[in-house]
Design a protein around this ligand. Structure first.
Ligand code: PEP
Length: 253
């Protein structure tokens, strides 16, 4: 069991509105108090300013869902790490499977995005995970190690500053969760890979993501190498997200 604080990060994906965001965050603020774990919400880019204001003075940190691999320039539609920083962004997702799948993001692109985030003082939450086909072909370990290796290679000694989220693609948004044992097995592989890369591997939070909800969070978060959760659908309802946060607190080392 690690001693660091667990991290529960919500990924709103492309959901929300000014009104819905205000209601969701009010519900979270009303119920969250001073949690023993870290909490973040990854919001769509247009709402960064709104959410920055709404979480001010609370235990909720602001996260973005993506960042450009470039520093600045002619990259229409993209947001640089410095821009995210301007809004007090503390974390940014990189390499979410929906970005890899629908936007063709390669391991090299994901590594470059992590580098941009780190250079701006933002913690990248590096998402890795295998498809169902890859799992059934016995390739899970090789896939997640390859994805993480690219980030390690591009980021050298800064690697201890990242967060890693293991998100089996077959479990995202499907209601099909990895068993705690399946998740723990992959987390142990990732932990060992990080330990080989840095003496600071113990500082790195390893999150599980994939249909985590109020009912299954406690068991997942009880695993020795699961340091938190990246939560999609269940982060859109304050009551559900608060229950996951409560589960993380009761599992806090
Ligand atoms: C995600 O989007 O990162 C995710 C894990 O989604 P869900 O919890 O809905 O499976």
């Amino acid at each position: 069991m690690t001693e660091k604080k667990k991290l529960i990060a919500g990924n709103w994906k492309m959901n929300g509105s000014l009104q819905a965001n205000a209601a969701l965050l009010q519900g979270l603020r009303d119920g969250i108090g001073q949690p023993a774990c870290n909490v973040a919400v990854a919001v769509p880019a247009p709402y960064l300013a709104q959410v920055q204001a709404l979480v001010a003075g609370s235990a909720i940190a602001l996260a973005a869902q993506d960042v450009s691999q470039h520093e600045a320039g002619a990259f229409t539609g993209e947001s640089s790490a410095a821009m995210l920083r301007d809004f007090g962004t503390r974390y940014v997702l990189v390499g979410h499977s929906e970005r890899r799948q629908y936007h063709g993001e390669s391991d090299a692109v994901v590594a470059a995005k992590a580098k941009q985030a780190l250079a701006a003082g933002i913690t990248p939450i590096v998402c890795v995970g295998e498809t169902l086909e890859q799992r059934e072909a016995g390739q899970t370990e090789a896939v997640v190690k390859r994805q993480l290796a690219a980030v390690i290679q591009a980021n050298g000694h800064c690697i201890s500053e990242i967060v890693v989220a293991y998100e089996p693609v077959w479990a995202i948004g499907t209601g099909r969760t990895a068993t705690p044992e399946q998740a723990q097995a992959v987390h142990a592989v990732l932990r060992a890979q990080l330990a080989a890369a840095t003496a600071q591997a113990g500082r790195i939070a390893l999150l599980y993501g994939g249909s985590m909800n109020a009912a299954n969070a406690a068991q997942l978060l009880a695993q020795p190498d699961i340091d938190g959760g990246l939560v999609g659908g269940a982060s859109l309802k304050a009551a559900d997200f608060l229950q996951i946060i409560a589960a993380a607190q009761s599992n806090q080392a």
